[in-house]
Design a protein around this ligand. Structure first.
Ligand code: DC
Length: 226
């Protein structure tokens, strides 16, 4: 029997990351934050002096990306070359850089196997843009989260503020719109719901409500581990 996968795709600020983590925790499943891979790749390109416009070199770097994830219940530390880059890759600058390298087909192709390797028993919750369409097209459950651009900018603002990162909300809204546009209109693996995904607009929903809806989709009782 194949290992079950739940894919959660959606644009920036749709709440994917938070929901994916909460659901993975309830189920006791593994978690793949695919955005972190693209964020680390962008940082690695900068540190290793690889020009992101050189698609062959970027693909080679992606294939051998010296990244490691250290899981705990409420956090994942991300290591690049053994260096903890968790905070660095969370900035908006890193997100924008990630969105650029993510448009390079060679980079996407090179990261496919690494992402699929996360599919380990008892199950996987995979969060990203193309989890349901390209990486795990055969996933058992597919969810696509959306929210209005305004609500997403607000959420992101709050999230960054909580992390002590100060940003201007107008600039943030503009950057989010630009990133959405790039992610949705690139020729390879653009952001879009899989045909068999359940689309949830979370603009007026709280985190617990979205988690409950996703658990309902999975047909499991909402139960807390431990
Ligand atoms: O989810 P995130 O904000 O961490 O993702 C950062 C960027 O990486 C996002 O703007 C687009 C890209 N990305 C992607 O192209 N495919 C994925 N599966 C995940 C992220």
């Amino acid at each position: 029997m194949s290992v079950p996968v739940l894919t959660i795709d959606g644009p920036s600020g749709s709440g994917k990351g938070t929901i994916a983590r909460a659901v993975a925790r309830r189920l006791g499943w593994h978690l793949l934050d695919s955005g972190a891979l693209y964020r680390v790749l962008a940082l690695a390109a900068e540190r290793h002096g690889v020009d992101p416009a050189d698609s062959t070199a970027l693909g080679a770097l992606a294939r051998n990306l010296p990244v490691a994830f250290a899981e705990s219940d409420d956090d994942t530390r991300v290591l690049l070359d053994g260096d903890d880059v968790t905070a660095i890759i969370r900035s908006e600058t890193a997100g924008n850089a990630a969105s650029r390298v993510a448009a390079v087909p060679e980079a996407r192709e090179a990261l496919l196997d690494r992402q699929r390797a996360f599919r380990q028993p008892p199950g996987l919750v995979a969060d990203g843009r193309d989890m349901g369409t390209e990486v795990f097209p055969d996933a058992d459950y597919k969810v696509f989260l959306t929210a209005s651009a305004e609500e997403r900018a607000k959420r992101r603002y709050k999230q960054l503020k909580e992390k002590g990162i100060s940003v201007n909300i107008r600039d943030l809204a503009r950057e989010i719109a630009e990133r959405d546009d790039r992610d949705a209109n690139r020729p390879v693996s653009p952001l879009r719901p899989a045909d068999d995904a359940i689309v949830l607009d979370t603009s007026d929903m709280g985190i617990d409500e979205v988690v409950a809806r996703v658990m309902e989709i999975l047909g499991k009782q909402v139960e807390t581990r431990g």
